[in-house]
Design a binder for this molecule. Sequence first.
Ligand SMILES: *[C@@H]1O[C@H](CO)[C@@H](O)[C@H](O)[C@H]1NC(C)=O
Ligand SMILES: *[C@@H]1O[C@H](CO)[C@@H](O)[C@H](O)[C@H]1NC(C)=O
Ligand SMILES: *[C@@H]1O[C@H](CO)[C@@H](O)[C@H](O)[C@H]1NC(C)=O
Ligand SMILES: *[C@@H]1O[C@H](CO)[C@@H](O)[C@H](O)[C@H]1NC(C)=O
Ligand SMILES: *[C@@H]1O[C@H](CO)[C@@H](O)[C@H](O)[C@H]1NC(C)=O
Ligand SMILES: *[C@@H]1O[C@H](CO)[C@@H](O)[C@H](O)[C@H]1NC(C)=O
Length: 482
Amino acid sequence: MQTRALYTLLALSLGVGLASAWDQAPALPGRGAPISGSDRIYTGDQSSNTITVIKPSSGEILGTISLGDLRLGNNLNPQYVKVVGSHGLGFSPDGKLIVSLAVTSNTVTVFRTEDNSVVSQSFVDRNAHEAFFQHDNRHIWVGTRGVDRIDIVDGLKGGVVGYVESYGGPSKVVFSPDGKTAYANHIRSPSLSVIDVAQRRVVANITGLAAVFSSDMMISPDGQRLWAAHKMAGKVSVIDLAAQRVIGVLDTGAETNHAQFAVINNTMHGFVTVAATNETKMYSQPHASEMPVYLGAIPASGVEPHGLWPSADNTRLYVVNEHSDTVDFIDLTASPPKVVKTVNVGQEGQALIYVSGAVSSASNGTQNLGKQGLFDKPALNKLLTEAKPSNAQSNRSPPPTGLVTVRPESGLDMLQVIGRNLRLNTTYTVSAKVSNSLIPLVDFNATAPTGPGCGTAPQVLAFLKFIGVYDIDKLVLTSKAD
Ligand SMILES: *[C@@H]1O[C@H](CO)[C@@H](O)[C@H](O)[C@H]1NC(C)=O
Ligand SMILES: *[C@@H]1O[C@H](CO)[C@@H](O)[C@H](O)[C@H]1NC(C)=O
Ligand SMILES: *[C@@H]1O[C@H](CO)[C@@H](O)[C@H](O)[C@H]1NC(C)=O
Ligand SMILES: *[C@@H]1O[C@H](CO)[C@@H](O)[C@H](O)[C@H]1NC(C)=O
Ligand SMILES: *[C@@H]1O[C@H](CO)[C@@H](O)[C@H](O)[C@H]1NC(C)=O
Ligand SMILES: *[C@@H]1O[C@H](CO)[C@@H](O)[C@H](O)[C@H]1NC(C)=O
């Protein structure tokens, strides 16, 4: 360990990007390098269609990589050939490449971390969501949710070079620390595929996950456990990878997003972002064969925390707040851990990754960066409760709500609604109160069932001129039953 620490120090002072598979975050204690000026954080910003590049050592926003136009720019134009829907992110174990997944245009774009230049761009199967590099620093395994197979892309030359059948719309792929095994979760099957990387073949299915829909998941740096998050059900399936079985389910809460791990006080800790309550829940799990113990929640500075990743030295955890367009820096050495800094990033952040040794000291790594998606004013948020339901039957507890988020886009503003605790198959309207009249802005139906007669509307979008026209504090939520 001492030799290794010395080597790391030597390598860092020489400006050599040292990180290897083993050393990237999340890393075991003593393996990952301390936070340095060579490290970078990246966020996948869906609405601004960008990747924000952050220098964690100083907290500076270096700029954004543009993948195409802002939402509703030219994206609906028949001649548009760029990317739509910057979402997932992964990186090569040597820290030299990152991969960006676009859910709408089905594109996989690889960038060189040193100068943010494009290495390759590939067109893959429907709904490329999350992906990761194989340990060869070249091949990328892509969770393509629209089909029943994983696409394998050559990240250097570009192009799909292979497939792995994986039933149920594979959503994300992660690799074991030794790189020999890959795992894929799904959005249409309560199962985890266990894949032999060399054979490119599923060798086992871990079944009995808590829900059919698992968008995100994470493997711990010791390779012993995997937590599969279920956003719609608000749960996390806890999987013991040695035993290849689900050992239990955590009731984490509505809109549970991503899971991550960090080793604190020599004990493995798991973290889960719970968007509906604006917090990151923290658990300790000393043994992979035993259920985690809940320790408490770390309040977010903003709304709808989503992607998260620790630094390689396990001292910080970074969380992107999807509906505030910010990233929180959490100090994991504080007791209890808390947010110590918040920075503004691109719009509607989904994934967040931390890459050690991304740039050499010869470069400040700001080439090819611009300002797209970075706004002085943060996104506006307002939680509406349904206005006076008229009949006793519709007096629900908890009451129907709509979280409204407004941001500037190309020429128009985007108004987003997340409807919760709604009556299933009922039409709701968000209106603006102007003088004594209500101007309807958007209708939506509660179509995603969550319980008997109950539903949500997770992805309502409308585009209109809002900022400077309407007042977010004067919005009203009503239903057709009123
Ligand atoms: C895993 O499940 C899929 C889908 O049900 C099935 O086709 C495949 O044979 C299973 N593989 C193994 C190794 O059990
Ligand atoms: C989350 O943030 C929204 C917007 O600021 C706020 O209205 C809501 O009360 C918060 N939720 C919780 C559970 O704190
Ligand atoms: C780690 O140990 C310190 C010192 O005992 C304690 O104050 C802190 O709460 C611990 N952190 C966690 C996350 O348990
Ligand atoms: C990075 O380097 C470029 C070119 O030398 C310089 O123009 C720019 O100001 C530098 N940016 C930072 C954040 O240091
Ligand atoms: C809501 O559902 C009704 C009945 O199916 C349909 O007529 C209406 O178009 C839907 N509204 C929206 C906004 O999807
Ligand atoms: C809601 O609508 C769907 C599709 O039309 C239908 O299958 C379902 O039975 C309806 N549920 C309720 C509670 O009305």
